[in-house]
Design a protein around this ligand. Structure first.
Ligand code: PLP
Length: 281
């Protein structure tokens, strides 16, 4: 039986209900986080927590926990109750429930929902995935991990229907990021290029770790947006997210990267992140 956490209690899935007047349901007025756990150990908890707090602050939603150790205790209990060793913790916090009105009161009580997603097998994808590009249709605050994900899901679905893993979104002729991941290329001089942190991308926790690992390996990391022209000239490409860590990108639209083979820098970083996640947290 799957157990969900809803506003203070642990419930069977079929009893895990929330008001139809939840502002998340009515307006997508909320934020979320996805955190990996491995052998029941929560991975990079503090970094996810910082982003969660910052998303809440950006939307003016009150912090639902005075002490975030409570969240850690809830997660540990949820993992034990579900008896799951590896997977992802989904955390959703909305502004609360109220009569439907765009205008909100300061006194709402946040709705907090947590559930677990079992790990999926990504072995095949580690050999390389293909992506398409399309216009970035999202709003001006992509740095907030908001549950309002329509442009992301439509672009991801379009990729899926075409047998591809991801869509790299393009704004003003420059790649911002994927719909569920951050985008990287390696240029002809072995420099790693990725969009800088800004309102136009989600500051991925994995992105941050990969940049640190790359710098430790003495690779030069240039946090500057890249264009389709840069893609045409690149030696390697990869993407990062909590669910997949690092995946080599072997084709972007019609352009095959590195003869569809995993590049050496990508390969090295894939090994490094595995080691790092084993040693840390
Ligand atoms: N960019 C977007 C739009 C995402 O939705 C995600 C993950 O959900 C990421 C990047 C990767 O972020 P992280 O590495 O923190 O999972």
């Amino acid at each position: 039986m799957e157990i969900f956490y809803v506003n203070g209690s642990f419930r069977n899935k079929n009893k895990a209900n929330i008001s139809v007047q939840d502002r998340g349901f009515n307006f997508s007025d909320g934020v979320y986080e996805l955190i990996a756990f491995n052998k029941r150990k929560i991975i990079l908890f503090e970094r996810h927590l910082e982003r969660l707090k910052s998303s809440l602050i950006s939307l003016g939603i009150k912090q639902p926990f005075t002490n975030y150790q409570t969240l850690r205790i809830i997660i540990d209990k949820l993992i034990n109750l579900n008896n799951l060793d590896n997977g992802y913790i989904y955390i959703q916090i909305t502004r609360g429930s109220s009569k439907r009105n765009h205008i909100f009161s300061d006194n709402l009580k946040q709705n907090v929902v947590l559930f677990l997603i079992p790990e999926r097998n990504i072995e095949k994808m580690k050999k390389g995935v293909e992506v398409r590009t399309s216009k970035d249709m999202r709003w001006g605050r992509c740095d907030i991990k908001s549950i309002s994900l329509l442009p992301n899901i439509l672009s991801k679905q379009e990729a899926h229907l075409n047998g591809l893993y991801e869509t790299w979104q393009i704004k003003d002729k420059l790649v911002t990021e994927g719909t569920t991941s951050n985008a990287f290329i390696v240029d002809k001089d072995d420099n790693i290029r990725t969009h800088p942190k800004s309102f136009n991308i989600l500051g991925g926790v994995t992105r941050e770790v990969v940049i640190t690992l790359a710098k430790n390996c003495r690779y030069k990391v240039i946090e500057k947006p890249f264009s389709m022209d840069d893609i045409l000239k690149c030696k390697e490409a990869f993407l990062t997210s909590t669910t997949v860590k690092i995946l080599p990108v072997t084709k972007i639209d019609d352009y095959e990267i590195n003869n569809k083979k995993i590049g050496k820098i990508t390969h090295n970083l894939m090994n490094k992140i595995n080691d790092y996640l084993k040693e840390n947290d």
